[in-house]
Write a protein that binds this ligand. Structure first.
Ligand SMILES: [Zn+2]
Length: 442
């Protein structure tokens, strides 16, 4: 049965197109878009009453393992640096995860994203006490809400050689699984924490594994000055040189073309420009960067910048608003169009990895569609789309969501059974997770 949306204000930010009309959805794809689309007997028809319809949003870098972190007990002492934020907060939380808490984190993180109109998640996962099979646990949680995902496991030497090996093997297992399935819902990258917690051998092993599966490496780069400082002090080479030597940012290489570098906050202007022109994408996470007080990436001069939340929820409307206001505060000279392009870049990256066209309202594209209740109170045209997205629209306007042609949310209620019950159960899982975290040696 086809689904037909009528009387919609179709807003396609990537194509810079606004049209009044409808969309016909057949199976998992958009079949028609235009002023009037076919309706056949038996079709499900939804009158949008002039409200804006958008393509689903994509979160270009997140950590669902933090989805149960709101209100968790404070760290044993106040972190005095970015490195201590990792050591005292996030590396204690990720170590406390088990199979159940990972699955629940996936479900709650995906629900949060869904309500904000985010339909695909590019996630970077870590759970050192439960590595093998953890990406399946996470995917199970996300699948129960209906979102698409691109997952990886965070390879690192911070848990010894055994932990690094197990991380690599979890990436390999999931890459193989996704390569066999090729279902458009699941894709894999090779996860790498950051060069400052990885030996040269481990970095190279990540690049080699990505090359084997024609994939890329998803890695944090220069989020804080400590990344380069520790690379020089412990490994005798600059961060950018270590990344290049490993093959991750090998110019023209197949791995670099699919890789995602998260942050790039503390590279020199020349290094940042060079790396961004080599790799698939640079993930910009302005709210996380502000929260961790690590500074502002030179995003105005970079290629392929995509927005991510870095674990601060899944709301890409809010992240784009923060990206805009941060750019203004920093006098970076960005235009609203450049901010909206960062949303489009995340969709292109995920679409390429998933084998689907995401982030556009075209015939043949994936039927990942947001129906809002936002009826523009000022004229909306191709050149004013960014202004409406940044200054007027928000996740509060997202009413119904289709993913791969299937309803994931109707009337602001997720389709998965008993959403309220799922949330109550998650609170119990969160308490157990926090108890395990508190029991860890500080
Ligand atoms: Zn991150």
């Amino acid at each position: 049965m086809a689904i037909t949306l009528t009387n919609a204000t179709l807003v396609d930010p990537a194509a810079e197109r606004v049209e009044t009309g409808g969309i016909r959805i057949e199976s998992e794809f958009i079949a028609e878009v235009g002023p009037s689309v076919r309706q056949c007997p038996g079709d499900e028809v939804l009158d949008c009453h002039g409200a804006v319809v958008l393509p689903g949003m994509v979160n270009g870098h997140t950590h669902l393992y933090s989805a149960l972190a709101a209100g968790m007990p404070p760290p044993p002492r106040v972190p005095a640096s970015f490195r201590e934020i990792l050591e005292l907060v996030w590396w204690r939380l990720d170590r406390a995860h088990d199979a159940e808490s990972i699955e629940v984190s996936g479900r709650i993180g995906a629900l949060d994203a869904l309500h904000a109109g985010t339909t695909t998640l590019i996630d970077h996962h870590a759970s050192p006490s439960h590595i093998s099979g953890s990406l399946d646990d996470l995917a199970r949680g996300i699948d129960s809400v209906g979102l698409r995902s691109v997952l990886c496991y965070e390879t690192t030497d911070r848990n010894g050689a055994g932990g690094a090996f197990e991380g690599l093997e979890e990436n390999r297992r999931y890459l193989e699984k996704c390569a066999l399935a090729r279902d458009g819902a699941h894709a894999a990258l090779v996860g790498a924490h950051a060069a400052f917690t990885m030996s040269d051998a481990t970095l190279s092993a990540c690049a080699k594994l990505a090359d084997e599966y024609r994939s890329g490496v998803h890695i944090h780069v220069a989020e804080d000055p400590c990344d380069d400082q520790i690379c020089r002090g412990r490994y005798g080479a600059a961060l950018v040189d270590r990344l290049a030597r490993s093959g991750i940012t090998d110019a023209g290489g197949p791995v670099a073309r699919e890789s995602i570098l998260a942050h790039c906050t503390h590279l020199s202007g020349a290094d940042a420009q060079k790396l961004s022109s080599i790799v698939g994408a640079v993930a910009h996470n302005p709210r996380s960067n502000m929260n961790n007080q690590v500074g502002y990436a030179p995003v105005g001069s970079l290629c392929g910048v995509q927005l991510g939340t870095d674990g601060i929820g899944g709301d890409m409307f809010s992240e784009s608003h923060a990206a805009w206001y941060k750019s203004r505060d920093a006098r970076a000279g960005l235009s609203p169009r450049q901010i909206v392009d960062m949303l489009g870049q995340a969709a292109r990256t995920a679409g390429r990895l998933l084998g689907r066209t995401l982030g556009v309202l075209n015939a043949g594209a994936a039927a990942d569609v947001l129906i809002t209740d936002y009826v523009p109170a000022t004229p909306v045209a191709a050149d004013t789309i960014p202004a409406h997205l940044i200054f007027a629209m928000g996740s509060r306007h997202v009413r119904d969501v289709l993913i791969a042609g299937v309803w994931a949310m109707r009337g602001r209620v997720a389709i998965l059974p008993n959403e309220a019950g799922v949330r109550r159960q998650a609170a119990r899982t969160a308490q157990s997770l926090w108890n395990r975290m508190l029991a860890l040696p500080s």
